[in-house]
Design a protein around this ligand. Structure first.
Ligand code: FAD
Ligand code: SIN
Length: 538
């Protein structure tokens, strides 16, 4: 199965193609250069677009006095609710400090305390202060700035902006040997072309746009996961969509779709409290860490409070947070833009889709189940996050696994393959169905799901899937990707008859030992789905 697209009109070639210019793609590209490989970095909008530059709270790494990778591991495993791959977690937490030091060596500047040490804060699920931050709450912008500067200085990395990758190209043995890509460009590289390479790394970020309210930017349509599915790759854990508990709720229907302003968990790390509509703290007694419990637990409790009182939001009280405008300048600004002064007013908040803990199934060096195809960052499922990612482990994952992937590629690079046509089947949906997909997913496959709500959503998706288009363009490719991912999420969520981490079923409210396994989805070249399960490595 492929997306309907014109035949390629031009060709470009490099040793390795990296798709995406967030922390995962940029880190992979820079590390590949250490092996002297030529890199083509394609990115679908402007180079700094993607979730990375929006990251607020920070990067988790065991760098503080008394902290250790073992303690970081323990918090990651607890947040992951029994579904983390321990080998992947070990790599994340032990290589984390070194990866952060390398980022600092590449020019990233983190906030310092009055004594000149890196200032470490705390977020949900962490038992220690281990979150490095920059510009107060603008960590992602600093990470992005530093990595982009390094990429810019490296003449072995060619960057093509406004280049949307459509599908993988495969040789006669099924090995990936390039991608088809649509470029809004000029001259010889305009429209659909083919980019050939000896290995392809998908680093296309998250899929928050599957839902109607998300913290993710508009480019987060999960294109890489959908592309990998169409190439025959396995995806895993896609039912574990993380809903961030504290997203600014705006009393304006027009402002309630698409990307919403995040109020970082670090605000709670600095003392902010959650209050219900009666002004009571409701996390006390629910978890030993109260407001700083792992994200899934806080999001569920907020959802319960909203449902019980039939209100659209709860409150975050940050009036006691010291120096709010200086510590959280981005959040202060977005609150002000919405008429709220967090120094003296409560902030209305509600959960919204934030992070895909699952994605394209990869091994410890980022290889997918299709030869020649790698995945890194939020697109990938390394198993490090299990059923619920620990706060600030995502930027870290991009840094750590970007390095591991580059090392593997540099050791195992075959000659360039020749693309062949493997399937005549194509799919393209009408861009007009985008909002209907998002609303249906929010309604039936959101924070709380049940067999009934999931089946209703699946039926609606099946109807929407009949709305075909014959006009290939960016909006149609994106909506087809959103549709495929929505189906994959709902199928997995239906399959998992238990509640665990960020998968919460009203009809199966408890976790079950029988479900200590990952659900794998595959999409056949004829458009059929298969579901299987694998045991989790502990
Ligand atoms: P991204 O940074 O999303 O980059 C994806 C790239 O792929 C983009 O360049 C995009 O344009 C490109 N792309 C997408 N589709 C295509 C296509 N078809 N063709 C070509 N290019 C394509 N995590 C933390 O660890 N700490 C935090 O404090 C934190 N805060 C967050 C705050 C917000 C508001 C959000 C949204 C996320 C936050 N996260 C945080 C999560 C973290 O930012 C992301 O998981 C991480 O940045 C993902 O990095 P990435 O490189 O995988 O993807
Ligand atoms: C936040 O700052 O609350 C987001 C942190 C994360 O997603 O890791």
């Amino acid at each position: 199965m492929k997306l309907l697209a014109p035949n390629p009109g031009w060709t470009v070639q490099a040793d390795v193609i990296v798709i995406g210019s967030g922390v995962a793609g940029l880190t992979t590209a820079l590390n590949l250069r250490a092996a002297n490989l030529s890199v083509l970095l394609v990115t679908k909008a402007k180079i700094d677009e993607g979730s990375t530059k929006w990251a607020q709270g920070g990067i988790a790494a065991a760098l503080g006095p008394g902290d250790s990778p073992d303690q970081h591991k323990s918090d990651t495993l607890i947040a992951g609710a029994g579904l983390c791959d321990e080998d992947a977690v070990n790599i994340l937490v032990t290589k984390g400090p070194e990866a952060v030091r390398k980022l600092i060596a590449r020019g990233a500047v983190f906030d310092k305390s009055s004594t000149g040490e890196i200032d470490l804060t705390r977020e949900g699920g962490h038992h220690r202060n281990r979150i490095l931050h920059a510009g107060g709450d603008a960590t992602g912008a600093e990470v992005s700035r530093a990595l982009l500067a390094a990429v810019h200085d490296d003449h072995g990395i060619e960057v093509i902006e406004h280049a949307l990758v459509i599908d993988a190209l495969q040789d006669e043995f099924g090995r990936v040997c390039g991608v088809s890509v649509h470029v809004i460009g000029e001259g010889s590289r305009d429209g659909v072309g083919q980019a050939l390479a000896r290995a392809v790394v998908i680093a296309t970020g998250g899929l928050g746009q599957v839902y109607s309210q998300t913290t993710n930017p508009s480019v987060s349509t999960g294109d890489g996961v959908a592309m990998a599915l169409r190439a025959g790759a396995a995806v895993a854990d896609v039912e574990f969509i993380q809903f961030h508990p504290t997203v600014l709720w705006r009393d304006n229907p027009a402002g309630q779709e698409g990307q919403q302003p995040l109020i970082s968990e670090a605000v709670r790390g600095e003392g902010a409290l959650l209050l219900n509509h009666k002004g009571e703290r409701f996390m006390l007694g629910k978890h030993e860490l109260a407001e700083l419990a792992p994200r899934d637990i806080v999001a569920k409790e907020i959802f319960n409070q909203m449902k019980t009182a039939n209100v659209p939001h709860v409150w975050l009280d940050a009036t006691h947070v010291h120096d709010f405008p200086e510590r959280f300048p981005t959040i202060f600004q977005s609150c002000n833009e919405n008429g709220i002064d967090p120094r003296v007013q409560l902030i209305p908040i509600a959960p919204a889709s934030h992070y895909a803990s699952g994605g394209v199934l990869v091994n410890l060096v980022g290889q997918t189940t299709v030869p020649g195809l790698y995945a890194c960052g939020e697109t990938a499922c390394t198993g490090a996050h299990g059923a619920n990612r620990l706060a600030s482990n995502s930027l870290l994952e991009g840094l750590v696994f970007g390095a591991a992937i580059s090392e593997d590629i540099s050791k195992n690079l075959p000659p360039q393959g020749t693309p062949v046509k493997r399937s005549e089947e194509t799919l393209l949906l009408d861009p007009a169905i985008r909002l209907s997909i998002q609303l249906s997913m929010t309604e039936g496959a959101g924070v709380l799901r049940s067999e009934k709500s999931l089946r209703e959503t699946l039926n609606q998706l099946e109807q929407l899937g009949t709305r075909r288009s014959t006009a290939p363009r960016i909006e149609a490719w994106e909506v087809t990707n959103l549709y495929l991912l929505a189906v994959a999420i709902v199928r997995s969520a239906l399959e998992r008859e238990e509640s665990r981490g960020s998968h919460w079923r009203s009809d199966f409210p408890e976790s079950s030992d029988l479900w200590q396994k990952r659900i794998i989805q595959k999409f056949g070249i004829d458009g059929s789905w298969t579901t299987s399960e694998i045991e989790v490595k502990h």
